[in-house]
Every structure is written in structure tokens, then in C-alpha cells.
Ligand binder design. Structure first.
Ligand SMILES: [Zn+2]
Ligand SMILES: [Zn+2]
Length: 252
């Protein structure tokens, strides 16, 4: 079934090229703005409050930050191409994305976001374990681990081969799991926020019981920082249970 959105002509290479550049620009600027704001907020405006929670005590080298921006720019191109592919699948009727709120129950919208995150988490955990195999590591994952102390800019800094494996999850899931367009948007926003928090270099989960609960179930800055520094622990993306189940969890 053809979609309800206006279809762009995929044989018109100029239009496709412009849309690709526009999407790449949006993704890259979003990355720079989100990273910049996050850094300003925790490391400048609220520095006094969060200083004790900084996970690195020295400033990072500029060369690391420039390299992270470079790899992230390439990631932006790949995610833009993925966005176009998803749109193509949608207009050709190959996706299960829907636009009518009442097509499924309203309760299904948050449930579908949760299912999306659960499936992506499982995909990433095992893909991540595979990338840590010595023969695979140097081709796919080494670039991301060059940042031993991660920064907020590390959140999108991957070798293009790794990015392709990460991005391919998106067209696959939209062909399997029915997702309202808002649910898909929410999942993509959560994906960005989570990557930013996990690499931000500052533990922002509150202290007290709620903070402990959060840290028990959800991956945060301390959890993922440990992965970058100690390498063989904490492979998950959003949830901690795969690491716990497979005995790869380590939390300070
Ligand atoms: Zn890793
Ligand atoms: Zn990382």
C-alpha cells in the first residue's frame, strides 16, 4: 500500500542529493548543538554542583575532540542515507510506520517505543560483544575506543563500518514493528539523549534510592565510562540486564 505522505521522486537524483545534504546538515548540527549545550550546562553553568561527579579530572586534548567531530560528521552522512532509505521503504509501503493515532490503541504508542528500545538494546549488546573480538575490533570499533575518557562528542564518533551496522537496525525495525511516527521520533530522541548522557563524562543520575534504582536498571555515564576505560565490561546500550545476565557488568 502506498503511503499517505507526499512521495519524493527517487529517480530525481538532484532532489535526492539535496535532501541527503539537508538531512546530513540537520543531523550534524543537531549533534554539535546537543553536545555543546550539554557540555555548557554541566561543565560551565552547574560546574560547582556537578564537579564532584565529573568522571575525568583533566580537560581532554583538543586533538581528541577534533577527531571525534570528524568521525561524527561521517556518521551523520550515514544516518542521513539511512533516513532516506527509511523514507523510501515508507513510501513504497514496505514499512509498518503508521500515521493515524487510532490505527492501534494509544497505549500501544509508549509500549512500541519500549519494545523498540528493548530490541535495539539486545541487537547492540551482541553486536558490541562481536565488535570486541580481536579480529573484528580493529576494523569496526577501535575508533570509538580511541576516546579512553569519553566526551559528549564521543557519542556519535564511530568508524563508518560500525555506523553502518548501527544504522541498519533502523530500516529493519520499521519493517517489522508497527510504529506510529511519534513513537519512532520518540525512540530516536531517546537514542540521542542516552548516547549523550552515557558519554558526557559526568554522572547525572541523582543520589539516593531513586538514583540507585536508575543505576541498577539503566546505563548511565559511570557505567559506560567504565566500558571505555576497562574495555571488557558494560557492553549494553540502554538497559543493564544483558550485562548482568551475561556476567559482563561492572559498576564502581
Ligand atoms: Zn566497546
Ligand atoms: Zn561509547
Amino acid at each position: 500500500m502506498e503511503s499517505q505522505l507526499t512521495a519524493i521522486d527517487f529517480t530525481d537524483f538532484y532532489t535526492i542529493g539535496y535532501i541527503f545534504l539537508f538531512l546530513s546538515g540537520i543531523i550534524f548540527v543537531r549533534y554539535l548543538v546537543a553536545s555543546g549545550l550539554y557540555h555548557l550546562f554541566f561543565f560551565e553553568f552547574l560546574k560547582k554542583t556537578f564537579e564532584e561527579r565529573f568522571l575525568r579530572k583533566k580537560p581532554l586534548k583538543r586533538t581528541q575532540l577534533f577527531k571525534e567531530i570528524y568521525w561524527s560528521f561521517l556518521s551523520g552522512l550515514i544516518f542521513a542515507a539511512t533516513g532516506l532509505l527509511m523514507y523510501f521503504l515508507y513510501i513504497k509501503g514496505f514499512s509498518t510506520i503508521y500515521l493515524g493515532i487510532s490505527d492501534y490503541s494509544i497505549a500501544y504508542i509508549p509500549i512500541s517505543v519500549f519494545i523498540f528500545l528493548l530490541v535495539q538494546d539486545a541487537y547492540y549488546y551482541w553486536f558490541h560483544r562481536w565488535m570486541h573480538l580481536p579480529k573484528v575490533y580493529k576494523y569496526l570499533h577501535l575508533i570509538h575506543h580511541k576516546s579512553v575518557y569519553s566526551s559528549v562528542l564521543t557519542s556519535f564518533a564511530f568508524h563508518p563500518f560500525e555506523t553502518i551496522f548501527q544504522a541498519v537496525f533502523l530500516p529493519m525495525i520499521i519493517m517489522i514493528l508497527p510504529l506510529h511516527i511519534y513513537a519512532l521520533t520518540a525512540a530516536l530522541v531517546i537514542m540521542t539523549i542516552s548516547a549523550t548522557i552515557n558519554h558526557g563524562g559526568v554522572e547525572i543520575y541523582p543520589s539516593g534510592k531513586f538514583g540507585l534504582w536508575l543505576r541498577k536498571w539503566f546505563i548511565g555515564a559511570t557505567h559506560h565510562d567504565f566500558h571505555h576505560r576497562k574495555f571488557n565490561y558494560n557492553f549494553g546500550l540502554y538497559f543493564t540486564f544483558w550485562d548482568r545476565l551475561m556476567k559482563t557488568e561492572f559498576e564502581k
